[in-house]
Design a protein around this ligand. Structure first.
Ligand code: GRF
Length: 214
């Protein structure tokens, strides 16, 4: 069974979904720890209360990004992490860090990448007038919200949607797809090839895309 560490910065609802799936159902991974770059992150408290190893490594405690990422890397090694899931982790990791964990870091983003990278993607979707948005799980490369796509779920943008409405609808889809994408990766059903493409085992393909109407 693969060991997965989850990095958060805030609420941590995706982290909870990954942790609960690992506790309630037979998954291909176990959660070995949760690390936040904010000691006040609500998700840390939830993780403590539910018996997970949970720790803050605050950026402001370190002189520079290199030292911060070294502390993060050391902690992930102590946890014996095979994979790292970014779940609302609001910090861009350096290429040095990403290269050390090449193919081992996953992220979830609330848009159908490559559309609407960066901050407030749900607002970007509303402002653009698209009728469909969604969420994406992808391997992390050194560029923001970039890297090979593992899984996507399409979610409708409804006429009267506020940013909150759309975010909530997408979030429901996020909670389902992140666990499925992570499981497929942990079972080696998704491989990041050297030419940067990815191969997905046919049997698993259906589980890695979908449409969530409400
Ligand atoms: C999610 O929408 C995720 O896709 C994005 O940040 C948000 C984090 O929410 N990267 P939560 O902390 O998982 O509730």
């Amino acid at each position: 069974m693969k060991k997965v560490a989850i990095l958060i910065s805030g609420r941590g609802s995706n982290m909870q979904a990954l942790c609960q799936a690992a506790q309630n159902t037979k998954t291909a991974y176990e959660v070995c720890g949760i690390v936040s770059d904010h000691s006040q992150a609500a998700g840390l408290e939830w993780a403590h209360e539910h018996g997970f190893f949970a720790k803050a490594i605050e950026r402001k405690e370190y002189a520079n990004k290199i030292d911060f990422e070294k502390a993060l890397h050391d902690q992930l090694k102590i946890l014996n992490a095979d994979y790292i899931c970014l779940a609302g982790f609001m910090r861009l990791l350096s290429s040095a860090f990403v290269n050390r964990w090449q193919g081992k870091i996953l992220n979830i983003h609330p848009s159908l990448l490559p559309s609407f990278k960066g901050l407030a993607p749900q607002k970007q979707a509303l402002e653009s007038g698209v009728r469909i948005s969604g969420c994406t799980v992808h391997f992390v490369s050194a560029k923001m919200d970039d890297g090979p796509i593992i899984a996507q779920v399409a979610v409708p943008v409804l006429p009267m949607d506020s940013e909150h409405d759309l975010s909530q609808r997408i979030l429901q889809a996020e909670h389902e797809i992140y666990e499925r994408a992570l499981t497929a990766v942990c079972l080696d059903k998704v491989i990041w090839n050297r030419d940067s493409s990815i191969s997905i085992e046919t049997n698993f393909s259906e589980q890695l895309h979908g449409f969530r109407a409400s």
